[in-house]
Design a protein around this ligand. Structure first.
Ligand SMILES: Cc1cc2nc3c(=O)[nH]c(=O)nc-3n(C[C@H](O)[C@H](O)[C@H](O)COP(=O)(O)O)c2cc1C
Length: 272
């Protein structure tokens, strides 16, 4: 399946995490569409997304007790990968964000949850293979029209609306020097979601490619994988680049680098 650039690029600009859901059911054709994308969108080996239409037992946990917990959702997505595969977390981040953006495009709300869910309970629904791990989940459904008091407090604690500026996420960037497609990619990556909104990515231009690096900052919430966040930023970057007509492919790199985006020249009519 090709990236549906227009609809996912539109979706990335309006997506925000929601943690309080109504009991409005999701129409069967929307769930079927989500399931189709889970099956057909396979950007990398070793990772997959699973749609769970009914939860056997609540998988969401709170930050402190029940505080900060996702409430009301009975449908969710699970993002899995083969735990011993190289770059598995970046792969999961990229794939998971694709499913989050598809859900957003279908009018559904979501929230990446990598810390506050019970993987043992989720495994009852998801049934991972022995070599697989559930890296994260997301509730799926219709969020309450208004943000609850708890959601507002969570957002302000995490400062979830704040984003770094371009100079903080791209080294040696000077507007006018970097091609427009790179700037579009960076703007899209800038607004990507990350665990506790830490935005741990940095971009470099190298020859014709763009490298994504995971920032190593001591302290902070390092127990959540930064490479998962970087995989999310990779998809956003690619959608921004493709929105300006620059397709490409990803090459994974050894740590602390994550991956390089290599633009692929479009073939003109009549070219071999
Ligand atoms: C990989 C990942 C893991 C996350 N885990 C949690 C979580 O366990 N609990 C939670 O409430 N939010 C979680 N979030 C949501 C982030 O806090 C949120 O994306 C960030 O604050 C930016 O806000 P926004 O998504 O509304 O733009 C996670 C996000 C990402 C990308």
């Amino acid at each position: 399946m090709e990236l549906p650039v227009d609809s996912w690029y539109r979706a990335l600009k309006v997506r925000h995490s929601r943690r309080l859901y109504t009991d409005k059911p999701i129409a069967a054709h929307l769930l079927d569409k989500m399931e189709e994308v889970c099956t057909r969108f396979q950007p990398f080996a070793g990772v997959r997304g699973v749609l769970i239409r009914r939860m056997t037992e609540d998988i969401f946990r709170g930050l402190v007790g029940a505080y900060g917990k996702v409430r009301g959702a009975s449908t969710y997505l699970a993002f899995l990968g083969e735990r011993n595969m190289e770059n598995v977390e970046a792969r999961v981040g990229y794939l998971g964000e694709a499913l989050i953006l598809e859900a957003t495009a279908l009018g559904l709300s979501t929230c990446w949850i990598s810390g506050f869910f019970d993987p043992w309970v989720a495994a009852l629904d998801v049934k991972p293979q022995e070599k697989e791990k559930i890296y994260a989940v997301s509730p799926l459904g219709y969020a309450a029209a208004e943000y609850s008091r708890e959601e507002k407090i969570m957002s302000s604690l995490i400062r979830s609306r704040r984003r770094k500026n371009l100079h903080q996420i791209a080294r040696n960037i000077k507007r006018g020097n970097w091609p427009e497609w790179v700037l579009a990619g960076l703007e899209a990556a800038r607004i990507a979601p990350s665990a506790v909104n830490r935005q741990p990515w940095c971009f470099f231009m190298e020859n014709n490619g763009v490298i994504v690096v995971s920032m190593r900052k001591p302290g902070g919430a390092n127990h959540f994988s930064k490479r998962l966040d970087c995989g999310i930023a990779m998809l956003h970057f690619e959608l921004g680049a493709r929105a300006l007509g620059v397709g490409g492919r990803w090459e994974f790199l050894p740590s602390p680098d994550v991956a390089r985006y290599v633009p692929v020249a479009e073939k003109k009519a009549g070219e071999e």
